[in-house]
Design a protein around this ligand. Sequence first.
Ligand code: GLY
Length: 412
Amino acid sequence: MSGTRASNDLDEGLEIMTSTSPATGTGLDAATLERAIADALATVRRNVDAFGSRYPDDTTTDGRYALRPADRGIPLGGNRGWTTTFWTGLRWLAWELSGEEAFRAAAAADTADFARRVREAEDLDTHDLGFLYSLTAVAAWRLEQDADARDAAVLAAEHLMRRFLEPAGIIQAWGDLQDPAQRGRTIIDSLMNMPLLTWAGEQTGEERYPDAVRRHTAQLREHILRADDSTFHTFYWDAETGEALRGGTEQGAADESCWARGQAWGVYGFAMNYRVTGDERLLEAARRCADYFVAHLPADRVPFWDLIYTDGADAPRDSSSGAIAVNGLLVLAEVETDPARAAWAVETAHAILASLIEHYTPERPEDSDALLLHGVYDLPKDVGVDEGNLWGDYFYLEALMRVARPNWRAYW
Ligand code: GLY
């Protein structure tokens, strides 16, 4: 891991609101925050220049993003898979933080490509349509009232609804709906795909969207969250009868272990979906995910890739889980009904973010294409281990945005 970074020049004109001074004792003061944002913007700026309208791979290799490989007729650097959205989301965030036109233009051009992707029905067999269109087309609608982006996002939501399985009342996560290996399976990450449906419900007035959100999140709360407050990564339902069958993992250490990123998705996803459904059981689920996650952090507050590992383990960390959890804890604090719990969530979020800034970012922005180092994509398959990744970068900058500008309107 990198040590404490050298101080860097601050970008002129960077607007940081410090009205909510981070909690004392966490090491997250206004100067640290300002420097972290300036460094992050320097990297995004360099990547905009280097990549233009082409997309990088999911993770870095030795600290550098390569172009996304060609696959199934989609060319090198093309828009496929679930992570290109974070590249665009970073550009929207960078524009909001800096006001620089180059970021806005790059994000808008990407968004037009996302609109093309959904209209041409290219690589849409996934529940990740929520990730893919929230940080691109919904963001463009919220920020610029881009009507074409709005229509594309509604179309993406319509595609996502085709994955809603009756009578189980869940959205199938991966693959073709007829694929026996994937049929009836969902994953905890899916909580983050619900905001696209919530937004589509608001836009269209169609009740089937919020209804799907309520039913899917209730099923996850009931079955993917375990009695000890840890979570399964994935869970199967019988697609014909709707019966809940069994939990399992895909990216965790074992079926019964607790994959760190899944638990972080749980904190963020249950909190966000509580906000829109008002279902108190989702608030309780978010609290339980948060308590378990925080209780299983090592001394430096950044999780190992699976929460079965603790201090002293010879296992990689997943910085991206830490960044996701920071955002989740900050949203949990916003929706909390218990002031003491809300204060704890903010203080914990700031402590994790301070550690990410100090120990998990490059010494100098030019040392890596990633904003955040030391992530894990899929350790069992040896993909992206101890590397930067696109979602880690996105959630890190989203976390900086949330702390710097407490009134920021999220894209979700
Ligand atoms: N949503 C896929 C992952 O977190 O790896």
